[in-house]
Design a protein around this ligand. Structure first.
Ligand SMILES: [Zn+2]
Length: 247
């Protein structure tokens, strides 16, 4: 019994270490938008797992202060509780994408369940924001190829990322900043979180993320980068994906 317990504990530790240091986004990039490849000086900031009543307003304040647009992939069950934050995002020039209703891993779900998760969230976003971006990011970073095709048939662009500093782990702001500055390239789509958490959908602390994002905005602008969201570039970005897939 003790040996079995130790074995399970080792497996759990291995899983956590892999999640902390291996970017599973690399496994699901095919046929998704993961870089803005035709814009060598552009960076796109994306935030998943909100809206959160504490962290999202603080983050919106930072983005407004520096006049930086971003893309928020919101969880439908959380957006339903705070439609005012969805409206704020749109009014302040950001784009709101769909991150499913329950944040369950969609690779485990049936076609019918996936459609329900996405359409329910879309109705919540559209009701709050008055518009739809038709952008989707898979919760937990996993999606089956057949589900990517389903999303495309539903009219969605699946968006993943090219750079993830793993802020959900709880790393310090200093570590997050140095990780991004060491690895950043023009065209990167960077994954951060304004909500979420390991124990529940809202338990995570995002103060380090917000501090890091502000420092990064200042430093990346100083280095000559500018920030884009997807709304104004959606058509062009789809062309980029086509070119990348042919390489
Ligand atoms: Zn998520």
């Amino acid at each position: 019994m003790v040996v079995m317990g130790l074995g399970l504990l080792s497996l759990l530790c291995l899983y956590i270490l892999l999640a902390m240091f291996f970017d599973q986004g690399k496994l699901i990039r095919k046929n998704t938008l993961y870089r803005l490849s035709s814009k060598p000086s552009a960076i796109m900031l994306t935030f998943d797992d909100g809206p959160h009543p504490i962290w999202t307003p603080q983050l919106l304040e930072v983005l407004k202060r520096h006049d930086v647009p971003a893309v928020f992939f919101v969880v439908g069950s959380l957006a339903e509780k705070r439609p005012d934050l969805i409206r704020n995002m749109i009014e302040e020039g950001h784009t709101v994408g769909n991150h499913s209703y329950s944040h369950r891993p969609i690779w485990k779900l049936s076609k019918q369940q996936v459609c329900w998760e996405i359409e329910t969230t879309e109705r919540i976003i559209s009701k709050a924001a008055g518009c739809s971006s038709m952008l989707f990011r898979p919760p937990k970073g996993f999606i089956r190829p057949s589900q990517k095709r389903l999303l495309e048939q539903m009219g969605y662009q699946t968006v993943t990322w090219s750079l993830s500093p793993k802020d959900w782990v709880g790393f310090s702001a200093r570590y997050l900043v140095s990780t991004v500055l060491r690895r950043v390239r023009g065209g990167d789509i960077i994954l951060f979180h304004d909500g979420g958490g390991v124990c529940s959908l809202t338990c995570g602390k995002r103060a380090n993320t917000i501090t890091a994002v502000e420092r990064l905005i200042v430093e990346l602008k100083r280095q000559g980068y500018h920030f884009e969201s997807l709304k104004q570039n959606y058509a062009r970005v789809k062309d980029d994906v086509g070119r990348e897939q042919q390489v």
